[in-house]
Design a protein around this ligand. Structure first.
Ligand code: AMP
Length: 232
C-alpha cells in the first residue's frame, strides 16, 4: 500500500465508501469526519436535491414538493445527478456516497453508473438505529442557514446555546422541511421496505459492514475508522 502524508491528510489508495442508513442516523456527521481525514468528497443526493429545490424552475418546484412530502425524487433526475457528480475530478481518490441507492432499482443503476465512470463499489457501511431514537433526533435537528452546521435541541451534546442561533457563525438555525414526524414516518417506512433488497443485492460481495448507530458519535466514528483502515 502506498501512503503519502500531506499536510496532515492521509492519502492512500482509493476509498469508495457507501453509507446506508435511515434518516437522522448520523450519516452527515460521520461523513464529515471521514472527509476531513481522507480529503475525499461527500456526495449526498439529499444535499444536492435540497440545492436543486431552491431553484425557481419547474424542476426546482417539483423537487421541493417531493422533499417536503418525504417521497423519492424521480429516477431520471437522481441517476443523472449521481453520474454527473461522480464524473467530477475530485472523486478519483475516493468518495463517500450517501442517500443513493435508496432502492433495488437504484442499486442496479448504480452498478451501471460505476461501470461508466470506471470505479469500484468499495465498502458499504450500514448504520442501524432504533426508530424511536431517530424520531427524537429528526424533530430536534436544526441546521444553520449560513454555514450548514447541524445541531440537535433534543440532545444535550449537540444542543446550540440558543435554539435559533448557530454557535459557530451566529447564523439563523432552521428546521428542514422534511424533518417533521409525518415526513419521517414516510421516509422511515420507505427506507425499511427498500433496504432489505439493497442489502441482499450486495450481501455476497463481502463489502457490507454493520454498525450500531445508537451509540455516541465518537464510538461510531472509531468503528468506522477501523473498518476503513482494515479494508485497505
Ligand atoms: P436525505 O438527506 O438523504 O434524507 O434525503 C432527503 C430527501 O431527498 C429524501 O427524502 C428524498 O425526497 C430525496 N432523495 C435523496 N436521495 C434520493 C434518491 N437516491 N432517490 C430519490 N430521492 C432522493
Amino acid at each position: 500500500m502506498h501512503v503519502i502524508i500531506k499536510r496532515g491528510i492521509v492519502e492512500d489508495k482509493m476509498k469508495n465508501i457507501m453509507f446506508i442508513a435511515p434518516p437522522a442516523a448520523g450519516k452527515g456527521t460521520q461523513a464529515e469526519i471521514i472527509v476531513n481525514k481522507y480529503n475525499i468528497p461527500h456526495i449526498s443526493t439529499g444535499d444536492i436535491l435540497r440545492d436543486i429545490s431552491k431553484e425557481n424552475s419547474e424542476i426546482g418546484n417539483y423537487v421541493a414538493e417531493t422533499l417536503a412530502n418525504g417521497l423519492l425524487v424521480k429516477d431520471e433526475i437522481t441517476y443523472q445527478l449521481v453520474l454527473d457528480r461522480l464524473s467530477k475530478d475530485d472523486c478519483k481518490n475516493g468518495f463517500i456516497i450517501d442517500g443513493f441507492p435508496r432502492n433495488y432499482e437504484q442499486a442496479l443503476a448504480y452498478d451501471d453508473i460505476l461501470k461508466k465512470v470506471g470505479y469500484d463499489l468499495g465498502i458499504i457501511i450500514v448504520i442501524e438505529v432504533d426508530k424511536e431514537t431517530l424520531a427524537k433526533r429528526i424533530t430536534g435537528r436544526r441546521v444553520c442557514k449560513k454555514c450548514g452546521s447541524v445541531f440537535n435541541i433534543n440532545n444535550d451534546l449537540m444542543k446550540p446555546k440558543n435554539e435559533s442561533i448557530c454557535d459557530i457563525c451566529g447564523g439563523d438555525l432552521y428546521q428542514r422541511s422534511d424533518d417533521n414526524l409525518d415526513a419521517f414516518m414516510n421516509r422511515f417506512a420507505t427506507y425499511e421496505k427498500n433496504t432489505e433488497k439493497i442489502i441482499n443485492h450486495y450481501k455476497d460481495l463481502g463489502v457490507l459492514h454493520f454498525i450500531d448507530g445508537n451509540r455516541t458519535i465518537d464510538e461510531i466514528s472509531k468503528q468506522i475508522n477501523e473498518i476503513i483502515e482494515s479494508t485497505n
